[in-house]
Design a protein. Structure first.
Length: 145
């Protein structure tokens, strides 16, 4: 299926109507290249820096039948490329996202395959959530070149 997947250019946000109208987010869409061209996954990325200086990635989703093939990783990498292309070249960019510690596939994706980090208190919360199996929401970050 990887050969039939095409990451489309950022279009509009599916975060919420207000964000879409203001152009605060774009949505990356992965769909089959061949008919019926079903949407297989999406990821939202902020089009502007947040107050903490990072760009936010959220709502990464892949339909169940397309999981396990690297599509989520490609969506996250696409979001990172969007941030690099739309940020100031004189300053490094930072991407952040939130994930529940109980969402093991997502935590593994972000930490192990996409090289995000749980810094500071988020590292402590990650270890606590994994040890206790109590779902905690943590913030992961990645500095981009």
């Amino acid at each position: 299926m990887n050969d039939n997947v095409n990451l489309l250019r950022p279009q509009q946000s599916f975060v919420n109507a207000e964000s879409a109208v203001r152009g605060e987010f774009v949505c990356l869409v992965a769909r089959e290249r061949l008919p019926p061209c079903r949407i297989l996954g999406t990821a939202d990325v902020s089009s502007q820096k947040r107050m903490d200086g990072s760009y936010l990635v959220q709502n990464v989703f892949v339909v169940p039948e397309a999981r396990g093939q690297g599509l989520a990783q490609r969506l996250v990498k696409g979001a990172e490329r969007f941030v690099i292309a739309n940020s100031d070249y004189n300053a490094p960019s930072r991407v952040s996202l939130c994930v529940e510690t109980s969402n093991i596939p997502a935590v593994n994706l972000y930490l192990n395959k996409c090289n995000y980090q749980a810094k500071g208190i988020n590292g402590i919360l990650l270890a606590t959530g994994q040890a206790t199996k109590f779902p905690l929401l943590i913030n992961l970050v990645k500095d981009l070149l």
